[in-house]
Design a protein around this ligand. Structure first.
Ligand code: COA
Length: 149
């Protein structure tokens, strides 16, 4: 996917493995600290699969990223979900998050997907007014269960 300016400030472009260091740093801000090496390995996997989209926002360096994926779900069919999104703390409220989500929406529409969803922890206080401002409607609240196996 070619790069473009979907935001006046930042260039929104597909991620590359070379973005791993900065993507890992921003992942830590999101609450998922990973090493650059891990980020590089995951990017290599994701970028080779057409059902995944990883996009970055760049000014002089990478200031945000979004990961979205197309999923085929037994009970609901094809759907698109934003898996992760973060903008550097000192670059927020400048339209960068909107630009990243806008790119995902365009990608999903091009793939014929009719709906985009995102799950966001209730503790992410800034994300809720953000998604609502972008036209997303809260449809349910869930508990998440985990078990080591
Ligand atoms: C949520 C997040 C991605 C928003 O990014 P951002 O670049 O600051 O958002 P934008 O500047 O593009 O804002 C888009 C719109 O949402 C609104 N908005 C954004 N944050 C807001 C907030 N905290 N309160 C109220 N409105 C907000 C903006 O006012 C803007 O509206 P406008 O375009 O009509 O002026 C960013 O705050 C972030 O990275 N948070 C931490 C990680 C996180 O919560 N990620 C989401 C996980 S699902």
């Amino acid at each position: 996917m070619p790069s473009s300016r979907e935001n006046d400030l930042a260039t929104i472009r597909s991620a590359t493995v070379a973005d791993a260091v900065r993507i890992a740093e921003l992942s830590g801000i999101l609450g998922y600290p990973i090493t650059a090496k891990t980020a590089a390995a995951r990017l290599e996997y994701l970028l080779s699969r057409s059902e995944h989209l990883v996009v970055v926002a760049e000014i002089t360096g990478v200031v945000g990223w979004v990961h979205a994926s197309e999923q085929y779900v037994l009970e609901s069919g094809l759907q698109c979900e934003i898996i992760g999104l973060v903008v550097a703390a000192d670059q927020r409220a400048r339209g960068i998050g909107r630009g990243l989500v806008g790119r995902v929406e365009r990608w999903a529409a091009e793939r014929g997907l009719e709906q985009l969803s995102v799950r966001s922890n209730i503790t992410r206080s800034e994300s809720h007014p953000f998604y609502e401002r972008l036209g997303y409607v809260r449809t349910k609240t869930q508990h998440v269960y985990r078990k080591p196996i």
